[in-house]
Write a protein that binds this ligand. Structure first.
Ligand code: NI
Length: 217
């Protein structure tokens, strides 16, 4: 889905004065991004489409606790690599390799009080996905009849919904688990001999899941 984003919630969170005991936590672990690819088509043709495969990388998230209930989380990771494959009439053809970074900023509400070891949370936020190093496949070059092929994916700005939980082992160490639904839509353009050959809106809309170790400062 294309979403018009309101960042009013994040802005109002940032405007809150930090609590005296405000603290940072860092979560490090495996982060997996699994694209949903429900409705991508090429040149508006429903029988031709593109879909990306899943990838796992090193995830690093930083939590800033405004108070016992409200936390701002920044999600970062090492770059994800995806094969972009054809669907419909293009099924079985790899179109390109791409890389992407999907940094996200999320406002979390944490349930229960700090005496509980296991505390679930829900969050909403924004995602900015940067696509880079798009490499056209040999199959695409052969199909287009030229080696002068470029694939370009536009960067994406979208909405994030999140659920998760933190588990406290002791004052400093714990575990962190989260699942986020990210609205990541990009316009893909293929150029052959410098001219626009194909266009497609690729709706990755991935489920992003992370499990890691948590350290609080
Ligand atoms: Ni979408």
């Amino acid at each position: 889905m294309k979403t018009t984003i309101s960042i009013a919630l994040l802005t109002s969170l940032l405007a809150l004065s930090p609590a005296a005991h405000a603290n940072f936590s860092v979560n490090v672990g495996a982060i997996n991004i699994n694209p949903d690819n429900s409705s991508s088509s090429i040149n508006e043709a429903p029988t031709l489409g593109l879909k990306g495969d899943s990838d796992t990388q090193l995830g690093i998230t930083v939590d800033y606790a405004f108070n016992d209930k409200w936390v701002l989380e920044l999600i970062a990771s090492t770059p994800f690599s995806h094969d972009v494959n054809g669907t419909g009439g293009l099924a079985g053809n790899k179109i390109a390799d791409i890389k992407q970074l999907p940094p996200s900023l999320i406002a979390q509400y944490h349930f229960l009080d700090t005496s509980y070891a296991l505390r679930p949370f829900v969050g909403v936020g924004i995602n900015y996905t940067i696509f880079f190093d798009e490499q056209p496949s040999q199959a695409l070059k052969t199909t287009l009849g030229t080696d002068d092929v470029e694939v370009k994916l536009d960067n994406s700005f979208g909405f994030v919904a999140q659920v998760g939980a933190n588990y406290k082992i002791n004052k400093k160490w714990g575990l962190h688990a989260m699942v986020s639904l990210m609205d990541i839509d990009t316009d893909a353009t293929v150029y052959a001999n410098g001219a626009k050959a194909l266009t497609s809106t690729v709706e990755l809309d991935p489920i992003v899941a992370m499990f890691g170790v948590r350290y609080s400062f």
